[in-house]
Ligand binder design. Structure first.
Ligand code: PEP
Length: 246
């Protein structure tokens, strides 16, 4: 039985007073929930959120980490530093990092290794573009991203994977539950070929315009174990409803 998991990706949004109100309202709105829940604010606000989350069961994550452990790399933040300030999770290989920072599968693989060695749980993001889907390449693109990132990892235990079709991120378009389920089942099969022992326990999240209104239908699919949520995670009530639906 896989415990549901819902992760908020705030992207580059936030400000002190806004964050305080958002987290306070979210914790108030959050009722009994089965799902594990993680908030990933920008680096600058990790310390603030760590305090705001206090003794709640909501965990802290970062949106990225460096592929290097330490040294003269201005602007980089290492996985160990994130662990040191109380992070438990880190998103790796988000499509916006791949698109705007030219992150390759090799770089993503190095970041995954760093995250695991530091004791963080990495959430690997994969997903195809609209053009790739229309060209019938969705599965081959996702498979190449998975193999490129995971083939050299010694152990897939504890990892989570988010399937985020690029065409559904921040666009209001959502993969249909059936489309998402098909790809999640495919991802689990690819993982099974890499690490049969962990394929059935590894959690697969769907990401791409998840909202309170469509969450339950997505979570009802057998291989969808939760969500990575961007826009809707900036609305306390909507995000609490998504966590409650998982
Ligand atoms: C994301 O950024 O990971 C994401 C899924 O965004 P949104 O929910 O806004 O589509």
């Amino acid at each position: 039985m896989r415990q549901p998991l819902v992760i908020a990706n705030w992207k580059m949004h936030g400000k002190g007073a806004f964050n305080e109100a958002l987290v306070t309202d979210f914790l108030t709105a959050l009722k009994e929930h089965r799902a594990e829940c993680v908030l990933c604010p920008p680096f600058a606000y990790l310390g603030q959120l760590s305090e705001l989350l206090g003794a709640s069961d909501v965990m802290l994550g970062a949106q990225d980490c460096s592929h290097i452990d330490q040294g003269a790399y201005t602007g980089e933040v290492s996985a160990e530093m994130l662990k040191d300030i109380g992070c438990q999770w880190v998103i790796v290989g988000h499509s916006e990092r791949r698109q705007y920072h030219q992150e390759s599968d090799g770089l993503v693989a190095a970041k995954l290794g760093m995250a695991q060695r530091a004791g963080l749980v990495p959430v690997l993001c994969v997903g195809e573009t609209q053009e790739q889907r229309e060209a019938g390449q969705a599965e081959s693109v996702v498979k190449a991203q998975l193999l490129g990132a995971l083939s050299d990892l010694p152990d897939l235990n504890g990892l989570a994977i988010a399937y985020e079709p690029v065409w559904a991120i921040g666009t209001g378009l959502t993969a249909s539950p059936a489309q998402a389920q098909d790809m999640h089942a495919f991802i689990r099969d690819v993982v099974r070929d890499l690490d049969a022992g962990n394929a059935d326990t590894l959690r697969l999240l769907y990401g791409g315009s998840v909202k309170a209104a469509n969450a339950a239908e997505l979570f009802a699919q057998s291989d969808i174990d939760g969500a990575l949520v961007g826009g809707a995670s900036l609305d306390a009530k909507a995000f609490a409803a998504i966590v409650g639906a998982a």
